[in-house]
Write a protein of this length. Sequence first.
Length: 251
Amino acid sequence: MGKILALAGIGLVAVALTGTALANHSWGGYHWSRTTNPLALNVGDNVSSGWDASLNTAIGDWDQSGVLALTGVGGGTSGSTCSPTSGRIEVCNAAYGNTGWLGVAQIWVKRGHITQATTKVNDTYFNSAPYNTAAWRQLVMCQEIGHDFGLDHQDENFENPNLGTCMDYTNDPSTNQHPNAHDYDQLVSIYAHLDGSGGGKPCNPRSPNCQAGVCNAPPFSQASRANGDVYVDALPGGGHRVTRVFWGPLG
């Protein structure tokens, strides 16, 4: 029996190593600090009834990862302000205006660790065609929450065939509404280690290599297609707020 268990263990390790070797879409090394796995996170529901199904599906999808333990809870803010809450993710919807973006994910980072996060989806676009569909809602909700864990996109070409993951840009969300195995592999890679109390490396905004260069990105107040999709705001008490923007491909 002992030999069988040992061989099974070797097989599990081999599968894990094979999977994580394929993972290559971490977002700048950002991750939540934790001393045990899985990472337990509350996800605050600040969305209207029209978004509840999308949010609940996204929470259920990402909770299938072996390194995440997600719980949907009552919201701690309003959709219009979408203020963060320490130690959790707040998800909001509102008509944020003709900004050009369908959704944004924002993470607050100190010494490389995410301390709080928000996801916003913009009803200014989702209230009308072509985005007022369940498929578009699910794609954007799933992707923005994925960023809040430290995931980047698998692909940023809107025109090529879908990869079957919400972390893929597309003009056709029909098959890109949920995570795929590659996303779960990347999460295993990101959260393969446990964190002590010391935190990660400090983020120096003057360094061109800081967190994959995003510290040199413009502040979110300058969000535009011309300025890309990553924005960084230095915070008065130290650390940074990093914003990832999902620009509407059809707008």
